[in-house]
Write a new protein. Structure first.
Lengths: 460, 460
């Protein structure tokens, strides 16, 4: 059994467990009350806030505890936008933000605001210059993650913060993926994070609003958490969250180096072990424990299922693993292959043996899934003469349209085209990605009777 | 040491503690994931939902877990109002709702909606007829607590639900104070509750939306909890919440009878033990463990402090114990005395000895606080002839204005008046309440140079 999905949730850190159990007796009362049980709870809450603020690198009165990282983002975006209403209603986000940021942006747009999505390169990284170009006179807020949750790419937060600061625009940083590893550098104005991503309990997020940043909490409030997070404080969990953040940080430098070496093994060896794989994300500027790759001609859900049977818990951005049957917006924004996508994110403490076992198991697992799907064997296709071809893959889901394309590309002459008909959204991402990987020319798409026609020209 | 503030928070039930610890190992992963750790978390979440739904008396798919009772109320009110937008924007609440309901109503009003507050009688109870009278063609939603959090009075929820149903208006019930004791009867449409009020952990609330009730979640959402409560589920705590609700219910009937007898002792004996006390709230239709009284000529904060020193943790609705220096809106709506207010709410399991000790300690504690304030000794004042009197109590806080009034009422003849000048908001409530308790005539108030002049006519 190896749980390799730390980017989703990290098992409870032993310090979190101890702190939680120790504070169940002292931390259940209302910290707003003046009697002894309330005062004890208040002491715990104050100490937790100080510890968390020190780890973030902010003042304790700049930090409030929220019920989750998602709620921290929602409250942070709404409050910052409302606080800057006079400046305007323009919001900037990167195209690869966590869904909580994108959902907040959708609500802002539905309420009459405008949103600019800053694109990323093929590694998933934004350019500070792109934020500079997106800034307008009416920009109220910009948002940028510290590192991407799906591919691990680190973002140039300090540079973007500087660009924003020069324009007088606050930057909100979603630090959910990186706070365990260190403080977020640069002159950001707001920060959100989530305890269960660093080994703390669920039910606790952080929202930091720097002094001087305009902020007007939205929705009904109360007197708790500076009016920024209504509802009874989730106290024993808050204590556990702060204690575990401190503990995780104490181990961060050594553990980061160790995990980085382990993920480097995966980055380096998966393409050698498994044919037709694209490792995605920035190879250098990345989270220590996260590595993501996509396998051509593979059904992501089937692969996850087989890996689970083999004892490995990983996640995927493939369309077939999402409830909407859409590929991950992150992979889409990067323009990389989404089929057969696997994210491996190592929790601190992952033994090297787990990674080695994963590397042993993966090739056979991928091969088995491919075989079941009738995927083409690499370099098998023999060029024949003949005109252009049409492949009708309508009604078939990822990765079938790409498999069908790969099967026939050898049947058209160099210069000839294959027209793939598909009504699967993943094809829009994966057919161009396949062309990129295979060195074929992606000509474009056009509406067809059913779905869309994707045109590919054979060039080699 | 006796913690007697269950209405604020109940210490963790042993079953909650066990369930929490047991599920820390199984319940940390993302229940939306398909691998084994996610499936285990999902099983725990599903089981918790079924247990909670059974305790509420609803279908599991009608119930979602929220981060707190406050958030359940906020989301419930906003979603129900939005779901009924076509019907109109009129909202009905009782005047004695929990602040979370009133804050939601304020936000609704600020957004252009209209709100009617249904008044209560001197026991804090609404009349179903008053809800009927408040209903309009454009009423989108009505809210009513199952029982009051400050004075324990039970509300006629079933009757009000019937009145609302006849008008086609959904009723949202804030069941935070009563859910430990039993299901909420009647044809309500939405229900909110809070786990830490029944001995569950903090960080968990319930929101129930009956099938057929229109509901449109507001704000950014995600795919969790039927789109009604975004953010990673607070899972071990949810398991503990559901398990403890079931456990508390198993003990409810016996414990309710026992606590009711204990609070009856306080209701009966405090007025005999302490002069100039008003016991407030419905004497019969009330929560088993809650009893509230107000002491004339007493500073609530000083009394709480002295009781805390004596080992009793209670709360108060007196103005001096609130950050706003305003008396509790509940006591105000009831028109009862707010000074020297004490709420005693017994957690399940409170030993009879704690109540007896409280009754032993209370009289001396009240007397000491009164003595320090120079409060008049009952029936000491000797009538004298003379005209009307003016007492300038500006700049003095509750309970001083009432003390000054009581000191001089004997100095004016029957038929004469005392004019009390005060700039303390509590005087507006407490001077009429004093007149009611003392059988004097409260003539009314008028603006004065500083603050307000309250006119009292001596009639006995």
């Amino acid at each position: 059994m190896a749980y390799l999905d730390a980017a989703s949730a990290v098992p409870l850190h032993p310090v979190a467990r101890q702190a939680l159990q120790a504070s169940l007796d002292e931390g259940w009362a209302d910290p707003a009350r003046l009697y002894r049980e309330g005062r004890r709870a208040r002491l715990l809450l104050d100490a937790a806030r100080e510890a968390a603020a020190e780890a973030v690198g902010c003042r304790p009165d700049e930090l409030v505890f929220t019920p989750s990282g998602t709620r921290a983002v929602h409250s942070g975006v709404a409050g910052a936008l409302a606080g800057r209403r006079r400046a305007g209603t323009h919001l900037i986000v990167s195209a690869v933000e966590h869904s909580s940021v994108l959902h907040a942006a959708e609500v802002h747009e539905a309420g009459g605001g405008t949103v600019t999505q800053v694109p990323v390169d093929r590694t998933g990284r934004v350019e500070a210059a792109a934020y500079a170009a997106a800034l307008r006179g009416d920009t109220a807020l910009a948002c940028l993650q510290s590192a991407n949750h799906e591919v691990g790419t680190e973002q140039p937060v300090a540079e973007v913060a500087e660009v924003c600061r020069a324009a007088g625009v606050p930057l909100l940083v979603d630090a959910a993926q990186s706070l365990a590893w260190g403080k977020v550098a640069g002159g950001w104005s707001l920060l959100a994070a989530s305890a269960h991503k660093w080994g703390g309990p669920s039910g606790v997020g952080l929202l930091v609003v720097r002094k001087g940043a305009r902020f007007a909490p939205q929705g009904p409030g109360d007197e708790r958490e500076s009016g920024r997070a209504p509802g009874f404080e989730n106290l024993p969990a808050i204590v556990a969250a702060a204690a575990s953040l401190r503990a995780v940080r104490a181990e961060a430098a050594g553990e980061a180096a160790r995990l980085r070496e382990l993920t480097e093994r995966i980055r380096a060896r998966v393409p050698a072990l498994v044919p037709d794989v694209e490792v995605v994300g920035d190879p250098v500027r990345r989270l220590p424990g996260t590595v993501t790759f996509s396998c051509l001609y593979v059904d992501g859900e089937a692969l996850l299922h087989e890996l689970d049977r083999a004892g490995f818990s990983v996640s995927s951005g493939s369309s077939c693993t999402s409830s909407t049957l859409l590929p991950s917006h992150v992979l889409k924004a990067m323009g990389v292959l989404s089929e057969g996508n696997v994210r491996v994110s190592l929790p601190p403490g992952t033994p090297a043996g787990d990674v080695e076992r994963f590397l042993e198991v993966l090739p056979g697992t991928v091969a088995a899934v491919r075989e079941r799907l009738g995927a083409p064997v690499a370099a098998e296709a023999v060029p024949r003469t003949g005109g252009d071809l049409v492949v009708d893959a309508t009604g078939r889901r990822c990765p079938v349209p790409v498999i069908e394309l790969a099967k026939v590309i050898g049947d058209v002459p160099v210069g000839g085209t294959v027209r793939v008909l598909s009504d699967d959204e993943a094809a829009r991402l994966d057919i161009p990605a396949w062309c990129e990987m295979r060195g074929q020319e992606y000509v474009g798409e056009e509406p067809a009777d059913r779905g869309t026609a994707y045109l590919v020209r054979r060039v080699s």
